[in-house]
Design a protein around this ligand. Structure first.
Ligand SMILES: *Cc1c(COP(=O)(O)O)cnc(C)c1O
Length: 248
């Protein structure tokens, strides 16, 4: 049995509440400016490097979705949060090794970072044997088509990393449900240019996969721009919880 985490101290709780209020109002303002309904945009609190107690505090403040980027950290944290009686939807947003698929499908509800056919197949096999319902998957796309930085490549026929091939592998998996696309603005790109490009890719993608409507884009620094270009999920860490000690 996993122990539930100690409750956060009142000053930390107040800090998290203030961070959340700030992010919620940024999302509301961005939706108003874009003429969008805020109900179309889901806030995912990215809690990497922060303890399970912070996740429980976020859940108590009404946050329904949390994100993590490393299995070694996320698996025990999810168990602690469950032991505290909180049940948020867990999003895995980081680079994922195939040998972690079995672990991730046990606690994650959504994986945002599938960018190869081989990873899709590994997750599908793990999901079929380790879950009682399909895993939601977003295909991570590369905005700058730099294969070294991860992300499936739009407009290329690469059999492992081409966007069409990865999407087909996800859509064809019995244990997976193709939910949409995810991207990170490349370093050195203006968010406007990055998310405009992503919106084009997403539009073409939805013409082929009309049910895959999720678009996960935007972080603490660029969520307004992502919302302007159609993000349905924003992944926010530091603006909610504070700067992380190490950047990763
Ligand atoms: C850490 C992380 C985030 C959150 O970043 P912040 O700048 O702290 O908001 C979002 N997406 C991914 C994939 C991440 O790894």
């Amino acid at each position: 049995m996993t122990d539930s985490p100690a409750p956060v101290r009142p000053d930390r709780r107040a800090e998290i509440a203030a961070g959340l209020a700030g992010v919620r109002s940024r999302i509301a303002d961005a939706c108003a400016a874009a003429g969008r309904d805020p109900a179309e945009v889901t806030l995912i609190a990215v809690t990497k490097t922060y303890p399970a107690g912070d996740v429980v505090a976020l859940a108590a403040l009404g946050v329904t979705d949390v994100g993590e980027n490393r299995d070694q950290e996320a698996a025990p944290k999810a168990a602690e949060v469950a032991a505290a009686g909180a049940d948020p939807c867990w999003h895995f947003v980081g680079q994922l090794q195939r040998n972690k698929a079995k672990s991730v499908v046990r606690y994650a509800d959504v994986v945002h970072s599938v960018d190869s056919v081989r990873l899709a197949r590994a997750l599908d096999a793990a999901s079929v044997s380790g879950r009682d319902r399909p895993l939601d998957v977003l295909v991570q796309v590369s905005i700058d088509a730099d294969a070294a930085r991860g992300g499936a490549l739009p407009d290329t026929a690469d059999p492992d990393a081409g966007l069409a091939a990865v999407a087909e592998a996800v859509a064809g998996g019995d244990g997976l449900r193709l939910a949409g696309l995810m991207a990170v603005a490349p370093l050195g790109w203006e968010p406007d240019r990055a998310f405009a490009r992503l919106a084009e890719v997403a539009e073409a993608f939805r013409a082929v996969h009309p049910g895959a409507t999720a678009l996960s884009a935007g972080m603490s620094g660029d969520l307004e721009t992502a919302i302007r270009y159609g993000a349905t999920h924003v992944r926010v860490g530091s603006a909610l919880l504070g700067m992380r000690p190490t950047l990763r």
